[in-house]
Ligand binder design. Structure first.
Ligand SMILES: *[C@@H]1O[C@H](CO)[C@@H](O)[C@H](O)[C@H]1NC(C)=O
Ligand SMILES: *[C@@H]1O[C@H](CO)[C@@H](O)[C@H](O)[C@H]1NC(C)=O
Length: 628
């Protein structure tokens, strides 16, 4: 089918070419020839998503409603596979009905948010789905968080209760005294006889007597624009935020990827990504909920099990983040490399440096790299296997998709404005901030914001293309080529990404400052050769040389998840007197851990303790002999 379109379109563009083939138009014709097939294919698939969403919105469908309808029509089809167990649509429907019915008996009001802290498993999805059926909003908490960071997440969404898996009993016990008494604790356990945390309610027992019958019929108050779940993002500035995912947004993200990459209902998707993130929980899990595609879940990612799992479960599609691909490349070649049937891998963060060796070694026919922010309104997808690109927009056929790159000051990262006060769009080849125009009338171009309204406003830029307009600021720097393909460059602002997780520097600064007796600390990300994203580095002002580095290593291990723990510490002996703070941070970031350039002592995280960085260690890190 696709080939058929390509032939027709290529013929059409050649024909068109015949008409206009004069002088300077030749170049444009060449571009059209190169991009028109892609653009028409993209527009066609994009239109399909729009029609589907329009239809669902018109009929007041929500995610639970679409799911339950599908479950009623295909009760015995497999929705999820987890370890040895296959979950049919009927089973998941019943599980979520039970959860929903049970929470209806508890003292909550409609739209109350309830934190969910569980490992990857089908019940995880059943839990938030059930809460939604009952009119509540699940906040999907990052399971790496402990102490203050866990508390912050629970508070950021104003949660009235916590549903936690028994694996997180200790983490919940640690914060129990710091949360208000009226926040209910509900423990769900994989095996029913697991001891329950003091003062928590045993969900397994409570649910066993609940009727699994349909729940939605009595509840017709939920509408497509109502909140479905909260997913946490680091935003660009400040502390992590609870991003509102309403039903339409969930549908758009999951169905958008489905349609743009032509995932089939006969496919089987391998999803080893965390279900509290957009990639695993919406794009991955959503394929089963909304599109009838069987999804294989894994408790956590394992590089050594990746291909043997894909073979064992007969997967035809697999999900990645950049680190996944790099880790897979580091394991020794095996016959599994080519024995699997995975034809498409999709995800975000596959860097051009490893793209081709990855595709070659594992024989992947298509890479579906995409780019988008969870809370944002500007998502793009690489639909035609173009090496290195995160997506495209049509350059020569109208302004179909309202995204743009805006020029920035290369030193400060600040947005540049022309004499008329408006922003300046980038030319091809010029890096700029990726933004999406906000149009609240259209689900696709709306920005649902955060639980915290003030934080939402910070993500919006005003007066961009004309006075009074608004755009969503992704905080990422991308560059577009002449044909309209986009490539990822960098991330601006006070966040960075490490091991697939976003780190908000403000949050890490606050935690570290607490630990070191409120000395000044600045956190930033630095590049390490051979690694995706940026590793955390902290510069601490310690004029009296009084810092206990050993204690710091131990303390940070308790309060920060591994990915947020700074890999490097730089001790600054004097406070910066000149220049803005922002510029200082930029300088620190540029110095990174280069001990040839930096005179201050630098330490690196080795075996959970900070060890002085020497020339030898430095070389080992740069040559990837030591992995941090
Ligand atoms: C997709 O691109 C890769 C190179 O990045 C190539 O090896 C592969 O053959 C391409 N697939 C198809 C179907 O053209
Ligand atoms: C890390 O610690 C373990 C045991 O404490 C030790 O065996 C190992 O050699 C250490 N690794 C490095 C790189 O120092």
């Amino acid at each position: 089918m696709t080939e058929f379109y390509q032939v027709v379109i290529t013929a059409l563009s050649l024909l068109l070419g015949g008409f206009l083939l004069t002088g300077s138009r030749r170049r444009i014709m060449y571009m059209l020839y190169k991009t028109l097939p892609r653009d028409i294919l993209g527009a066609y698939r994009f239109l399909q998503v729009n029609i589907l969403l329009w239809w669902w919105e018109k009929r007041e469908y929500t995610v639970p409603k679409v799911f339950s309808k599908y479950a009623a029509a295909h009760p015995k089809k497999i929705a999820y596979i987890f370890e040895d167990k296959k979950w049919t649509y009927e089973e998941l429907d019943h599980f979520s009905n039970r959860i929903g019915r049970y929470f209806r008996t508890r003292p909550f009001s409609q739209h109350d948010s309830i934190a969910v802290v569980m490992e990857n498993c089908p019940e995880y999805i059943g839990t938030w789905l059930g809460l939604s059926k009952a009119g509540f909003v699940a906040a999907l908490i990052n399971t790496n968080l402990r102490h203050d960071m866990l508390l912050h997440s629970i508070n950021a969404a104003g949660c009235k209760a916590i549903v936690f898996g028994s694996e997180f009993k200790d983490a919940i016990r640690d914060i129990k005294n710091k949360i208000s008494d009226d926040i209910g604790l509900y423990q769900w356990s994989e095996s029913a006889d697991t001891p329950v945390l003091e003062e928590a309610i045993d969900l397994n027992t409570e649910m066993s007597s609940i009727d699994p019958g349909p729940l939605l019929v009595q509840l017709d108050y939920s509408s497509p624009r109502d909140k479905l779940i909260y997913v946490y993002t680091s935003g660009t500035t400040g502390m992590p935020k609870a991003a509102v995912i309403n039903n339409l947004r969930y549908m758009l993200i999951a169905c958008g990827v489905n349609s743009m990459l032509r995932i089939r209902s006969s496919d089987r998707i391998y999803n080893s990504l965390p279900l509290y993130h957009t990639a695993g929980g919406i794009i991955g899990a959503g394929q089963a909920l909304l599109r009838g595609v069987t999804v294989v879940l894994r408790r956590r990612f394992s590089a050594s099990k990746f291909w043997s799992d894909c073979i064992h479960y007969d997967c035809t599609v697999a999900q990645y983040i950049g680190e996944v691909c790099r880790f897979l490349l580091t394991i020794p070649p095996s016959q599994n490399d080519r024995k699997h049937k995975v034809r498409l891998m999709f995800g975000n963060g596959l860097r051009p440096q490893v793209w081709e060796s990855f595709v070659k070694r594992f024989g992947i026919k298509q890479i579906g790299e995409f780019y988008g922010a969870t809370e944002g309104n500007s998502n793009i997808v690489n639909i035609n296997n173009k090496t290195g690109a995160v997506g495209f927009i049509p350059r020569y056929i109208g302004r179909l998709y309202p995204v743009a790159l805006l020029k920035i000051d290369e030193k400060t990262g600040d947005l540049l404005r022309g004499t008329n006060g408006l922003c300046i769009p980038c030319e091809p080849g010029e890096p700029g901030i990726f933004v999406g125009k906000i149009n609240p009338k259209k689900a696709i171009n709306d920005f649902s914001g955060y639980a915290d309204e003030k934080a939402s406003e910070q993500k919006i830029i005003h007066n961009v293309f004309k006075k009074g307009d608004r755009v969503f600021n992704s905080g990422d720097i991308l560059v577009m080529d002449e044909l309209g393909y986009f490539y990822f460059k960098d991330r601006t602002g006070d966040t960075f990404r490490w091991r697939g997780e976003n780190v908000a520097t403000a949050e890490v600064e606050a935690v570290i400052s607490n630990v070191i007796g409120f000395k000044d600390a600045t956190v930033y990300g630095v590049e390490i050769p051979g690694n995706e994203g940026k590793a955390g580095m902290v510069a601490i002002y310690d004029t009296k040389n009084s810092l206990d580095l050993e204690g710091l290593g131990e303390a940070l291990k308790k309060v920060l998840p591994s990915y947020a723990r700074p890999r490097f510490v730089r001790i600054l002996s004097e406070l910066p007197m000149t220049g803005t703070f922002k510029l200082k941070k930029k300088d620190l970031q540029q110095d990174a851990f280069d001990i040839k350039k930096v005179k201050d002592p630098i330490y690196f995280l080795n075996n959970d303790t900070y060890v002085k960085l020497t020339d030898k260690y430095y070389n080992d890190i740069v040559e990837e002999k030591i992995r941090l």
